[in-house]
Design a protein around this ligand. Sequence first.
Ligand SMILES: [Fe+2]
Length: 323
Amino acid sequence: MTETRIDTATDRSSAGPTAARELFTEERSAEVVAASLADTPDPRLRELLTALTRHLHEFVKEVQLTESEWATAIDFLTRTGQMCNEVRQEFILLSDVLGISMLVETINHRAAGGTESTVLGPFHMVESPERDLGADIALDGKGQHCLVTGQVTDQHGNPLPGATIDVWQANEDGFYDVQQPELQPERNLRGLFTADDNGRFWFRSIVPRYYPIPTDGPVGSLLEATARHPFRPAHLHFIVTAPGHRPVTTHLFVDDSPYIDSDAVFGVKESLVRDFPEVDDPERAAELGFPNPYRTVHFDVALLPLSAPEAQHDGEIALEERP
Ligand SMILES: [Fe+2]
C-alpha cells in the first residue's frame, strides 16, 4: 500500500509542475496542508493561511473533535452567515463575544499616548449625517438630555482643527435607529461633526441606556449555552479622524451604567469611562433647549501621528477604517 502511494506521488511529480506531496496522516496533517500553501504568491496570505491551518489542526487534535461536533460547527457558521444582512452583522457579533474584535483593536493600536480604542461594534451600518456643531442628534427628543463636549488634539495636546467626529449611540431604551426603523427617525442619534479651529466639538444628545446585543441568532444561542449575559454597558461610539493622524475607533462609557465591569464584548477600558454629571442651571438649560436639570459629559480625544508607511497610504487607511 505504501509503495503504491509513493508511486502515485512520483507519477504526479513527473507528469506536471506540481511537486510531489507528502500524503495526509493524522500526525502530520498540519504540515501536509501547510505544504500545499507553500506556493501562495502573496507572502502575507501564505503566512496567515499557514498559521491558521496549524492552529486549527492543533485545536481539532486537542479536543478530539467528533464528526457530530464538526457538523454542529459547520451548521453554526452557516446560520451565522445567513443571519447577516445590511443592518445585521452576526459575524462581527461572534467576533465580539469571543474577544477577537477587542484583541485585533488592541494589537493594532498599542502605541501609548493617544486615546485608547475599542470595538467598532455591529451598528455602524449607515453613514452618519453631517451635522453642525451644537446640533441635537436626538431627533425624537426622547431621553435624559445631555450636552457632549470635547476637544481633539495630537498626543502633545495641540488642537487638531477640522478633525471629524463620527458619533452613534443607542436611545434611552437601548436600541439603535437601525433596530427600530418603525419607532425611531432615520439616522436618529447619529452625527458627523467637524471640530472648530481649536479642535473643539460639542453636540446635544441623550444619555444612552445599556443594551443586550441581539440574541435572536446563533450568537445568542452561544451566550445562552455558556451561561453568559448579553449586555453591554451604556456608551457612545466615536470614530475620530484628522489628516496625518491615526483614526481612533472608540467608545465613551457611562460610569454608573450596569454591566460596566462585565461587557459582553469585552470593550470597556478604564480610560474611556466618564462621569455624566447632572447640571442644575435653568438659564443654560433654556439656551440649550433642555429641561432643567440636564446631564453633561466631556471627552477629549488625542490622536497619534501616522507612521511613515501609514502616511504614504493615508487615504487608503481612512477608507479602510471607515467602512
Ligand atoms: Fe454600541
